[in-house]
Every structure is written in structure tokens, then in C-alpha cells.
Design a protein around this ligand. Sequence first.
Ligand code: PLP
Length: 372
Amino acid sequence: MQFIDLKAQQSRIRDRIEANIRTVLDHGQYVMGPEIAELERRLAAAAGVRHATACASGTDALLMILMARGIGPGDAVFTTPFTFIATAEVIRLLGATPVFVDIDPATFNIDPDRLDAAISGFDAKAAGLTPRAVIPVDLFGLPADYDAVNAVARKHKLFVLEDAAQSFGATYRGRKACALGDAAATSFFPAKPLGGYGDGGMCFTDDDDMAEALVSIRVHGMGADKYDNIRIGINGRMDTLQAAVLLAKFEIFPEELTRRRAVADRYTEALEGVGVPRVPEDCRSAWAQYSILAENAGHREAIQDRLAAAGIPFAVYYPIPLHRQTAFRTLGYREGDFPVTEDCAARILSLPMHPYLEPGDQERVIGGVNGG
Ligand SMILES: *Cc1c(COP(=O)(O)O)cnc(C)c1O
């Protein structure tokens, strides 16, 4: 049994992938070939957003959007400590300061009430920082509570960057993930719901000026001409070959989302004695991960032992919250600063989740968790 099975998917669409790769080998436009614009068009339409800008990774997508917004030294960016390092790393990389806000234990996403309290109580003068933006993360594929987050952000005049690295394909109250903030970043790392064969990412926004800035930042801050550089940018391009692979994978993506949902529904129906993920009404998760909460750390260890003995793979996302990471020690946070996050980190466990998980394997996972 695989934690994430990429082989089963490949055997379904191998011909299509090879044909798309062959097309790139024939036209030879390895950098910014026509597949890039095609992928951007299709994904912008799928998300219901005006502009999509393909780039080299989800991390670059986050970085480029913050650069387009002019985030830098002296700026505070509010985000969750219960996420992958990249979410806050890009803030620091630009010289800005991440300010962490604890999560809602029901969704593992940033808690809008705590966000409001954190911004209202933020002593900008003492910190020497200006609040500029919020980065909510759609953890495990479930969108954060954007109606509430956006209202808080509007009240405090902050920009909202949706970290949709795990949630492409999800929905929130009739809107699609990647359309839920002022801009969004997703990732095509192989293990993400829409994963490629290597690194890739995409920026989304309805803002024409931001989209224009992103196109420039993606290629060293180019202006009308490539050798006329009007701002500092990066080499953030997606490879044409990667776009060709993603175009083939995107054709079966809607069906894969349905299959993931079926696996999640079966888990939720059958798992006993653990906290199972709850998807709020009018929302659909992309089910990047199916994560359960054990009663305590000892209980999680017992479940892990049973799964390991049965040869069932599992993972812990994320064992060390960002405020406890060595890379962020200079921010001055302590153990106990974000009790909900710390409690979840000690009890959470992610189970095998992919569109091709056979019913027999699903039952083995359920048996391993339930201890039956
Ligand atoms: C994967 C991920 C990223 C980074 O994406 P890459 O494509 O690996 O650079 C950022 N944020 C979150 C929440 C992620 O899961």
C-alpha cells in the first residue's frame, strides 16, 4: 500500500503524458512554450479567476505575490504556525516578519477571531512593524474560513494571500480555492492533489496590476523588453515540460477529486476512537491529506505501532509548529504560545490518501486505526 500512489495514476494516462512530452520535444520551446499559457488558461478558468501565472514552485508563487505586493523589511505578515515551512519562510526571505496566530482545532486552519484579536492587539510602534498582509493556509486541502478572514483583513486594511498549495480543486461556499483571497498560490509538487513530475506552482489573482507585476517578477523584473529590467525579480519560470505533464494530469483531475472524496467519506464513516476531519457545510476539501487526531501522544504512538506492524504507511504533518522551528528562533516565540497548534501537533496523524486507494486497503487502514 502506498501513502500516495503516483504509479496507479500514471498507468491510466501514460500515453497522454508521453504524447504531450513528445509535442514539446518536437517544437523545442523548453522555456515559456505554448503549454504554459494553455495551462494558465485552463487553471484560471477552473478556479474562476481572471489571471493565472505559472511558476517554478508553490514557494515561488507565494514569494512572487509578496514581492508584487511590495512586502519587505518593516512589514508584519500574519499567518498560521501549523503549516509547511514555506508559508512563513517567504515572509522572512523578503525581510518581513511573520506574526503567528493560533488555529481552529476543528479545521486546523487559522482562527479568524484570534486573527482579529492579534491584529487589534498588535503594538506596531513597539514592534517597529506595519501590518500589511495575512496568509491563511488551506491545510490538508480544506479552505480556511475566508468570509471571516477577509472581513477581518478588510477591517484592518490588510492584503490576503491564500496559501492554496494543498487545496487546488477545493470549494468554499460556492467559490473555488485559489479565488478566495486577493491572490492565491498553489503547488504542483508531486504529492499535492494536482501534482506534476517535479516542482511547479501557480499564482492566481483577479487584480490586473498584480498579474502584470507577477509576469515581470517571474522573469527578473522584465519590462516591455526582456533586457529592460524595471524591478527586482527572480527566475521563477515553470518548465514547458512540466506544463505538458500537468495538462495531461488535469484532464482526469475532477474524477480524481471525486475518488479522494469517496476514500475520505469511507474513513470518516468507519474510524472509531479518534477525531476525524470535519468539512464545514458548503465546503469541499481537495483531500490532500486525511488527518486524524488521537486522544493524546501515547494513543497516537499506539496507532502508529499498529499501522507499522501491518505495513501501512502514515505521516505526521506537522510535528514541529513553525514558532518552534530553529529557523525562526530569532522571532522570540516560546513553547505554549500557540496551545491549539501545539496540542494538534502532538496528536495528529495522516493516513494513506490518494484516488486509487482500493476498498480492501481502505479497510486495512481502518482496522489498523480502530485496533479491531
Ligand atoms: C507544499 C507547500 C508549499 C510549497 O510548495 P512547493 O511547491 O513545495 O514549493 C507551501 N505551502 C504549503 C502549505 C505547502 O503544503
